[in-house]
Design a protein around this ligand. Structure first.
Ligand code: TRP
Ligand code: SF4
Length: 348
C-alpha cells in the first residue's frame, strides 16, 4: 500500500469500515468477573474483530491502580477473572496478541516520555477527570496517576502503532487526547505514530437488573460465567414494564428491562412473537422470563464450557498471558527504539 493510501486509511472517519489488516489495540480495566454489559459492550466486539485486523488486547491492570491504589488487594484476582472470561468468550491468543499491561514495562516507559510533552491543561479538561472525582468521593483522586490516566492510555495504543481503538462512547475524550498527544509528538520529533481513531462498539446498551446501565458499582449485573441457576434467579428478579400491574394489562417492550435481553439471546422470529404477545397481553411476564432464561442459558453455555476448562487448569491462563506479554514486549521494544531515537536520547 502506498504512503498516501495508508494515511487515508488512518484519517478516515471511524464510521467507515477500516481496511483489512489495520492495527487494532484495546484494553479492559479489570474490575472482576466480566458481566454481560462488559461482554456486549467490549469483549464480544474484540472477538469479532480478530479475524479481520491485527489485534492487540490487554488487561489494563496498571489503570486499575489509578482508582484502587490504596487497596489493591483485589487487582490480581480481578485480572485473572477478566482474562479467563475474555478467553472463554472466544479471544484466540494465537490470532490476537493478548497480554497484561504490567508485564510490558514499555507502557510505563512511553507514558513517562509522553508526559514530558502533555500540557496539564489538556488533562485537567478531560470531562471524565472531574466526573470520576465527583463520583468516587470515598477516595482521593488528586493524584499524578489519575490525572495522567489518558497519557498512559495513549502509550497503551501508540506502543503498537494503533490505527483503531475499539471503545465505548465513554472513552471518546480519552481517544481525542491520545490523538493530540501523538500529533504533538510527531510534530516535535517526526512521524512515528499514526493517530488512533475510536472504533465504537455497535452494541446495544445493556440494562442492569434494575433498569439502570449494567455496572458493577450499581450491583445490578449478570456475570458472563453465571451458572444456569444464577441466570434464573437474576432474570426472575428483573424489573419489567411497570404498566403491567395485572397479568391482563398489555405491556410495551420498550419500557421493559427484559426485552433487550430477548433481542440479544432469542432468535429474531421469537423476539417478534415476544413483542406482539407483550403488547396484547397474550403472555405474562413470568412466562416471558422463563422463555428468556432458556435462550440465555443456551447462549451462555459454550462460554461456560470454555470457562470451566480454564478453571480446571490454573496455570493455563497465566501461561497464555505470559506468552502474549512476551510477544507484546517484542513489538513494544521495536517502537521504543524508534521513540528514543526520534527524541534524541542516546539509547536506541
Ligand atoms: N480506559 C479504558 C476503560 O476504562 C480501558 C483502557 C485502558 C483502554 N487503556 C486502554 C481502552 C487502551 C482502549 C485502549 O474502559
Ligand atoms: Fe417484558 Fe416480556 Fe413482560 Fe413484556 S411480557 S413486559 S417483554 S417481561
Amino acid at each position: 500500500m502506498s504512503e498516501a493510501a495508508k494515511n487515508d486509511a488512518r484519517t478516515e472517519p471511524a464510521e467507515n469500515e477500516p481496511r483489512q489488516g489495520a492495527i487494532v489495540v484495546s484494553g479492559l480495566r479489570p474490575t472482576g468477573k466480566v458481566h454481560l454489559g462488559n461482554y456486549w459492550g467490549a469483549v464480544k466486539n474484540w472477538v469479532d474483530l480478530q479475524q479481520k485486523f491485527r489485534c492487540h488486547y490487554f488487561i489494563a491492570d496498571i489503570h486499575a491502580l489509578t482508582t484502587a491504589y490504596s487497596d489493591s488487594s483485589g487487582v490480581r484476582e480481578a485480572t485473572l477473572e477478566a482474562a479467563k472470561d475474555i478467553l472463554a468468550s472466544g479471544l484466540d491468543p494465537e490470532t490476537s496478541v493478548f497480554f497484561l499491561q504490567s508485564r510490558v514495562p514499555q507502557h510505563s516507559e512511553l507514558a513517562v516520555l509522553f508526559g514530558m510533552l502533555t500540557p496539564l491543561g489538556w488533562l485537567e479538561r478531560v470531562p471524565t477527570f472531574k466526573e470520576q472525582q465527583e463520583q468516587l468521593k470515598d477516595r482521593d483522586l488528586n493524584t499524578h496517576g489519575f490525572l495522567g490516566y489518558p497519557v498512559l492510555m495513549t502509550a497503551d495504543v501508540a506502543l503498537y502503532l494503533a490505527e483503531y481503538v475499539p471503545v465505548g462512547k465513554d472513552q471518546e475524550s480519552h481517544l481525542e487526547i491520545a490523538r493530540e498527544i501523538v500529533r504533538r509528538f510527531n510534530g516535535f520529533y517526526g512521524d512515528v505514530f499514526p493517530e488512533p481513531l475510536p472504533l465504537f462498539t455497535p452494541s446495544p446498551k445493556v440494562p442492569g437488573l434494575d433498569g439502570r446501565k449494567m455496572s458493577k458499582s450499581y450491583d445490578n449485573t449478570i456475570a458472563l460465567s453465571s451458572t444456569p441457576e444464577e441466570v434464573k434467579t437474576k432474570v426472575m428478579s428483573m424489573v419489567t414494564d411497570p404498566a403491567r400491574a395485572r397479568r391482563t394489562d398489555p405491556g410495551n417492550p420498550e419500557n421493559c428491562n427484559l426485552f433487550p435481553f430477548h433481542v440479544l439471546y432469542s432468535p429474531a422470529d421469537e423476539v417478534a412473537v415476544v413483542d406482539q404477545e407483550c403488547r396484547t397481553a397474550a403472555r405474562g411476564c413470568v412466562d416471558c422470563k422463563k422463555h428468556l432464561i432458556k435462550n440465555m442459558n443456551a447462549g451462555l453455555e459454550p462460554i461456560r464450557d470454555r470457562r470451566a476448562r480454564l478453571d480446571s487448569n490454573p496455570s493455563l491462563v497465566t501461561d497464555i498471558l505470559e506468552e502474549g506479554s512476551a510477544r507484546a514486549r517484542d513489538l513494544a521494544q521495536e517502537t521504543m527504539r524508534k521513540v528514543t531515537g526520534a527524541m534524541g536520547l542516546l539509547a536506541g
